[in-house]
Design a protein around this ligand. Structure first.
Ligand code: S3P
Length: 170
């Protein structure tokens, strides 16, 4: 297996914040698929969804990942919350490195996402209802895509990063 660490999980699970700090601690590079896509699109993900729709966004995510899959080394990669749901992407991620699912509880997720206007997937429905439904759909897929599931509720960044470093050494 390659020496990359891949963070997956639901929106608001801390993939980007944990990923940045973890990469500094390990002296690894850091990449974030959402950030890379926004750079490529020249607009925000919300704007891209409004103009081109979710299906096109998913195609672009998969294309980005296919391009990255061969060349990454010593990199922490944070992924968009929908990326590992496609079986083809999940397979690629597992070949690219250790896949870690950052799992926050439903309650904590709702707390973190309340007031968020940047995520088009959350628009137009009561946040609690939406998060509940999406987590039910997605959690089994995150678990299946990951080599490890890491519960994050009540843990500091320091504790989470420590746990990931231990996992990465196994
Ligand atoms: C999405 C999650 C977002 C972003 C897009 C779609 C999803 O990333 O890729 O809005 O379907 O869960 P974050 O998980 O970084 O918020």
């Amino acid at each position: 297996m390659k020496n990359n660490i891949i963070l997956i999980g639901f929106m608001g699970s801390g993939k980007t914040s944990v990923g940045g700090k973890l990469s500094r601690a390990l002296h690894y590079d850091f990449l974030d698929t959402d950030g890379m896509l926004e750079e490529e699109f020249g607009c925000t993900i919300r704007e891209f969804f409004a103009e081109w729709g979710e299906e096109e966004f998913r195609k672009r995510e998969t294309m980005l990942l296919s391009g990255l899959s061969k060349k990454l080394t010593k990199t922490v990669l944070s992924t968009g919350g929908g990326l590992p749901l496609c079986p083809q992407n999940a397979k690629l991620l597992r070949e690219m490195g250790r896949v870690i699912y950052l799992k926050a509880s439903e309650e904590e997720t709702v707390k973190r996402l309340s007031g968020d206007t940047t995520r088009p997937i959350l628009a137009g429905e009561d946040l609690r209802v939406k998060v509940h439904r999406l987590l039910e759909e997605r959690m089994p897929l995150y678990k299946a895509a990951a080599h490890y599931t890491l519960e994050t509720d009540g843990k500091s960044f320091y504790e989470i990063i420590n746990e990931i470093e231990c996992i990465a050494l196994i």
